[in-house]
Design a protein around this ligand. Structure first.
Ligand code: AQP
Length: 347
């Protein structure tokens, strides 16, 4: 268990340790979401810390979402959470738009954050691309809503993939500026938890690009709902180089595609990269890829079968989300009320 999460031992001061994280229902779940986020969510749930996991549908609509597809993706993400091991009895599972305090605190924080801070966000630049003038205002201010998601629960730890590091830093800046401006210590400065060997799973077609739900090429990613043949085909066709695998991690430098496939194997097998290379060093990709396919299918098939089963009863999923939202509201409402009081709103 080389990449097992260590229960963070940070000083949380007056704040009780609480984990918050979320995923956008902006398409089907990918292997990147699973290894970079959900697998870690489950480990943290089992570590005994209070865990709150959200389906961030308000974030998803920062880019166009077809309403029917959004509804489907929201339920499918909830099914993915549960199928991968999140237990609604142990963790709070809910969707963001059912707890209106997210949007309300998001507004307050959009008045705390500075435009200069948001201008530095690389994810906005990547997602807006060249057509920046045509991007939604929500896409630009996304990180202030993310700060609200986290701070609304006084969360102390936030498990995320590497790509969210900058947004987490902005969340800490928002909390620190709010505390400073209003001479309070009301908000904690949450710690990102970016651990393990697969904090940045790369595209199967291009080792310099993150594996993403919204990549136009389906061959670039493994979807959690892909069947065994599709997974095997995508891994068989994954871009590699002509060399054999090295026997130590050092030998993967400058070989992004090879590093990606070995890291995926390591994360799925709960091994370190060096442990994997000790076993497969010297092999050609023609021998390694079938091993990776077999492992990926063994790990992902039970999850996708369970997702399928859960999706047969969407009413049950909706009930789980409503119950989760009630529990989330019970934590969030007093924190929002106190925030508005600190700001000077008449209550
Ligand atoms: N490729 C990845 N490797 C490791 N972690 C990843 N995450 C996403 N992609 C990878 C982590 O998954 C969590 C949820 O991400 P998100 O859905 O909220 O947004 P995202 O990071 O923008 O993910 P996508 O798949 O790229 O979505 P789209 O295409 O809609 O933008 C986060 O913790 C993220 O780090």
């Amino acid at each position: 268990m080389a990449d097992a999460v260590q229960t963070p031992q940070i000083e949380t001061g007056k704040f009780t340790p609480r984990v918050f994280s979320g995923i956008q229902p902006s398409g089907g779940l990918t292997l990147g979401n699973y290894l970079g986020a959900i697998k870690r969510f489950v480990e943290m749930q089992e570590s005994g810390i209070e865990t709150v996991y959200c389906i961030v549908d308000l974030h998803a609509i920062t880019v166009w979402q077809d309403p029917d597809k959004l509804r489907h993706a929201t339920r499918e993400l909830c099914a993915g959470y549960i199928a991968a091991g999140l237990d609604p009895q142990k963790s709070i599972l809910f969707n963001q738009s059912q707890v209106s305090a997210h949007a309300e605190l998001g507004w307050v924080f959009s008045c705390v954050a500075r435009i200069g801070w948001l201008n530095r966000m690389t994810q906005f630049k990547d997602k807006a691309g060249k057509n920046r003038e045509n991007a939604s205002v929500g896409l630009f201010s996304y990180p202030t809503l993310m700060a609200a998601d986290i701070l609304l629960y006084h969360a102390t730890h936030v498990p995320v993939g590497e790509d969210q590091k900058q947004h987490l830093e902005l969340t800490r800046d928002v909390a620190a500026k709010f505390n400073h401006d209003f001479k309070t210590d009301f908000f904690p400065l949450p710690e990102p938890v970016i651990e393990g060997v697969a904090t940045r799973v790369m595209s199967l077609r291009d080792g310099s690009k993150k594996m993403s739900k919204s990549d136009p090429s389906d061959m670039s990613r493994i979807n959690m709902t892909d069947d065994a043949d599709t997974i095997a085909k995508k891994i068989r066709k994954a871009k590699t180089d002509p060399d054999a695998l090295p026997s130590e991690a050092e030998g993967l430098k400058e070989r992004p595609e090879a590093k990606n496939l070995v890291s995926i194997y390591a994360s799925l097998a709960d091994m370190s990269v060096n442990q994997v290379l000790a076993e497969v060093g010297g092999k050609q990709f023609s021998a390694f890829k079938p091993m990776l396919s077999e492992l990926a299918v063994a790990k992902l098939s039970p999850i996708s079968a369970e997702m399928d089963r859960l999706m047969q009863t969407p009413d049950e999923i909706d009930k789980i989300l409503r119950n989760g939202a009630d529990k989330a509201r019970a934590i969030a409402s007093p924190i929002l009320d106190k925030t508005l009081e600190i700001v000077g709103m008449v209550r």
